[in-house]
Design a binder for this molecule. Structure first.
Ligand SMILES: [Zn+2]
Length: 182
């Protein structure tokens, strides 16, 4: 019963988030919007990031070099493995200790994973900001500003809250604000 209540609560909260997003950025309602509301489906539905392929320049190249130099992908994978281990332990505990059936266990895991997912996105965002900082040092303010403006022009706009729930990347608008204080 508690499981059903929590799943309904999740649905309502996600619906509120979608409505808020539609109002804030004039986003269009599409199949993805509906898929994001359905528990489990929303774990695998992709979020398209760009409406147009941005022209990549030196700043983006240096940003990628920054990821490499700072060993971001290894760290990210370690965090993923740690979260996966916790997930397996949680699933096993639900089925063995609390005698949940498989479907119930998976639904509980889906709910428990939501804060972990947000935390993981937050962790990825800190890496993105670090890589931006690296790229800024290797280029200059003007190049960074132009590059982030180009990225912002090409990507779908999102509010920070929506991006934190669904994206591993902060929006270009947030990155620009963070990097250049504007
Ligand atoms: Zn990056």
């Amino acid at each position: 019963m508690l499981l059903v209540i929590l799943l309904c609560l999740e649905f309502v909260l996600r619906l509120v988030l979608e409505v808020r997003e539609c109002r804030a950025v004039q986003a269009r309602v599409n199949a993805f919007t509906v898929m994001r509301l359905i528990p489990l489906v929303n774990d695998i539905v992709p979020l398209p990031e760009n409406r147009e392929q941005p022209q990549v320049g030196n700043f983006v190249a240096m940003h990628e070099e920054g990821h490499k130099m700072l060993h971001h992908s290894i760290l990210r994978n370690l965090v993923k493995v740690a979260i996966a281990l916790v997930a397996i332990w949680f699933l096993a505990a639900l089925m063995v200790r609390w005698q949940a059936n498989f479907v119930e266990a998976v639904l509980w895991l889906h709910l428990a994973a939501i804060p972990f997912r947000v935390f993981f996105h937050f962790y990825c965002w800190t890496q993105e900001y670090e890589a931006d900082g690296y790229a800024l040092k290797k280029t200059d303010k003007k190049i960074a500003k132009n590059a982030l403006q180009e990225l912002a022009r090409c990507e779908y706009p999102h509010t920070p809250l929506f991006a934190l729930v669904y994206r591993e990347h902060p929006t270009a608008v947030l990155r620009k604000k963070r990097l250049l204080n504007k």
